[in-house]
Design a protein around this ligand. Structure first.
Ligand code: ADP
Ligand code: MG
Length: 139
């Protein structure tokens, strides 16, 4: 079933100049970018995006990291896009990620882990809408 998922190329990966490599991996896996923009998140925009993690000990640090530089925000579309992107990303901690995954290749540690991907249809709907108004998305 064709789905949409929200992906972010995080500031650490942008600083490492691997935007092109990561987008290439999405395309090779059949995840088609249908919306894309580079933005510098403010602290409050990062906090709103990660609101589900508000009570976690890493919340402040995560939002500071996410607003530390430009990020690339994309909507990816394809069959089983949500699960497929999670597999392509690898585990949250790059040290535990499978070989060949984006986080294994480009992540630094459990916080600076190169990419974000929605983890369920519900979060994908919230996250796509958080960054892209419906009128900007192809139908
Ligand atoms: P994922 O991004 O794999 O869905 P989570 O939703 O659990 O992982 O966490 C969101 C983000 O918060 C992670 O991608 C990572 O950047 C950061 N993070 C998660 N766990 C930790 C931790 N223990 N310490 C620091 N940062 C963390
Ligand atoms: Mg998550």
């Amino acid at each position: 079933m064709s789905e949409r998922t929200l992906a972010i190329i995080k500031p650490d990966a942008v600083k490492k100049n691997v935007i092109g490599d990561i987008i290439h991996r999405y395309e090779q896996a059949g995840l088609k970018p249908i919306a894309i923009k580079m933005i510098h998140l403010s602290q409050s925009v990062a906090e709103g995006f990660y609101a589900v993690h508000k009570s976690r000990p890493f919340f402040e640090s995560l939002c500071t990291f996410m607003s530390s530089g430009s990020a690339v925000v994309l909507v990816l579309q394809g069959d089983n896009a949500i699960k497929k992107n999670r597999e392509l990303m690898g585990a949250t901690d790059p040290a535990k990620a499978d070989a060949g995954t984006i986080r294994k290749v480009h992540g630094t540690n459990i916080e600076f882990n190169a990419v974000h991907g929605s983890d369920s249809p519900e979060t994908a709907q919230f996250e796509v809408g958080y960054f892209f108004p419906g009128m900007e998305l192809s139908r």
